[in-house]
Design a protein around this ligand. Structure first.
Ligand code: SOE
Length: 385
């Protein structure tokens, strides 16, 4: 569980698709920019297909490969297990890694069901007493502009919060002929837009307000029920078994009302993760497509000149930014993961529990389950005659 004693710590990462690539980038570069207490070693890359995993390891710079994640966990040169697989394997891999005494970083959403997430959170809690750290990879918590937004909310600059408006808009499924993927199967992904991107805005808004949603009311729908199987010579179609879009309302204990929209059918919106918060004293607005900016309306400004001001979040005093470039030299998506592993390594070294931990992942999972339950219960739906 502990590091190798030479100031390095071995990482074994399972999965090498999109998330595996962006996590690799973070592990490879974090110590070049941040003063990390432990330098990650890219010890082992795990993947099911030997040829593809070897090719990915060579390209990304991993020292060794394993085709069985159990073998990866068992290795002495692995102290951190990084789970970048679809949700259906998160629980099994995380529990095995924790049982083997390893630290665990797990992609979001934590699991496919609340029951799985509960087991994972319980295992992480007992492992914490043994000095093992677990974190769920809600990387948007590490966007400097969103960390700044949270600081402004916590300092009371917005006063009492009335509204939260959150959207996660992508468009890669707008084309009805876009191919089938694991993200569109309930068995592998748990849910569709809801768990893939809705989970991010649930976590981000709970993070911004420092509160947990107390209830939701939702509609979800699937627009395209069958999609082509990629590369199938007979052009066969496969069933989409998850939601394409999830829209829901929520309430926070402070009385704030929230509205959420997660869809992969918002043509023209590529990765528009947006949050707006309105309080009695001020408002904040953020859009990931301009991730280095935060808009702030200070309601205490004098009337003549009041207006949303665009804060370029690139000053060395802004969260995480001092490690990067001079003011105005922007950072990108991958940096949020670098910030994440920096915090994770710091927690491992300091013996503190990372945030968001598996319990936070469980909290999001409960919201996702509540959204699915509400959407499936049509008793509150009032038809307009
Ligand atoms: C795909 O929709 C996806 O890669 C999500 O799974 C990520 O979590 C999000 O950051 C970007 O979009």
């Amino acid at each position: 569980m502990s590091n190798a004693g030479d100031g390095t710590i071995g990482v074994g990462m399972v999965g090498h698709a999109f998330m595996g690539r962006v996590h690799t980038h973070a592990w490879r570069t974090v110590h070049h920019f941040f003063d990390v207490p432990l330098t990650p070693r890219l010890a082992v890359l795990g993947g099911r297909d030997l040829g593809r995993t070897k090719a990915a390891a060579a390209k990304l710079g991993w020292d060794a490969v394993e085709t069985d994640w159990r073998a990866l966990i068992a290795r002495d040169d692995v102290q951190i297990v990084d789970i970048c697989t679809p949700g259906d394997s998160h629980k099994e891999i995380a529990l095995a890694a924790l049982a083997a005494g390893k630290h665990v970083l797990c992609e979001k959403p934590l699991a496919n069901t609340v029951a799985e997430a509960e087991e994972m959170a319980a295992a992480a809690e007992s492992a914490s007493a043994n000095g093992q750290r677990s974190m769920v990879a809600f990387n948007y918590r590490r966007v400097p502009a969103l960390v700044l937004a949270r600081q402004l909310v916590a300092e009371g600059r917005l006063g009492k919060i009335r509204h939260v408006r959150a959207q996660y808009l992508q468009d890669w499924l707008s084309d009805a002929n876009a191919p089938m993927t694991w993200r569109l199967r309930k068995e592998s992904a748990g849910s569709g837009a809801l768990g893939d991107i809705g989970a991010h805005i649930v976590d981000a808004t709970q993070f911004l307000l420092g509160e947990l949603l107390t209830g939701v009311s939702a509609v979800t729908d699937t627009f395209v029920h069958k999609r082509p199987i990629e590369g199938d010579p007979d052009g066969r179609l496969d069933d989409v078994t998850v939601d394409d879009a999830a829209l829901f309302l929520g309430r926070f204990p402070s009385g704030a009302l929230a509205v959420y929209e997660a869809t992969r059918f918002a043509l023209g919106r590529k990765n528009s993760m947006r949050v707006e918060v309105n309080g009695e004293l001020g408002s904040l607005a953020f859009d990931f497509e301009s991730m280095n900016e935060l808009s702030f309306y200070d309601g205490t400004d004098e009337e003549q000149t009041a207006g949303f001001r665009r804060i370029l979040v690139t000053e060395p005093t802004h969260p995480y930014v001092g490690a990067w470039w001079p003011p105005g030299h922007l950072i990108g998506y991958e940096h949020t993961f670098t910030h994440e592993v920096y915090d994770f390594l710091t927690d491992i070294h300091n013996g503190t529990d990372p945030v968001p931990g598996f319990t936070d992942g469980l909290r999001v999972q409960k919201v996702l389950a509540a959204v699915a339950a509400s959407a499936g219960d049509h008793s509150a739906w009032v038809s307009v005659t």
